[in-house]
Structures are given as structure tokens and as C-alpha cells.
Design a protein around this ligand. Structure first.
Ligand code: ZN
Ligand code: ZN
Length: 60
């Protein structure tokens, strides 16, 4: 299960929003290069994996 997290506002979403028209650059990200972004602010995002079942054992 993969989700995404906005690097700009921290919003978590499952599907990035596509931007067809150029918008103002957010967080210094070039709008021309950005085909998809955060549905909230349109900023850059990263993919992260949710590990619910895989819990890391605590050492000590
Ligand atoms: Zn955002
Ligand atoms: Zn933003």
C-alpha cells in the first residue's frame, strides 16, 4: 500500500492531483516539470510506504 505525502504542507493523499495548466511554482518547484502534485497546494510530494503489519521490534 503506497501513499504520498506532500513535502510542502504535509498533506497525505493516495492519489496526486494532475495539473494540466502551468501554475505558479510552489516551494521553488518548476511548474513546467510538475505534471502532478499535492491536491491541496500543488507542491512536490514523496511516496512513502505504510507499514501496519510490519512493526519494528524495539531493541532494549
Ligand atoms: Zn501540499
Ligand atoms: Zn505548498
Amino acid at each position: 500500500m503506497a501513499k504520498y505525502e506532500c513535502l510542502c504542507c504535509g498533506l497525505r493523499f493516495s492519489r496526486p492531483k494532475r495539473f494540466d495548466e502551468a501554475r505558479s511554482a510552489c516551494f521553488g518547484f518548476p511548474a513546467a516539470e510538475r505534471l502532478a502534485g499535492c491536491p491541496h497546494c500543488g507542491g512536490a510530494y514523496m511516496e512513502y510506504t505504510v507499514r501496519d503489519q510490519e512493526r519494528r521490534p524495539e531493541d532494549d
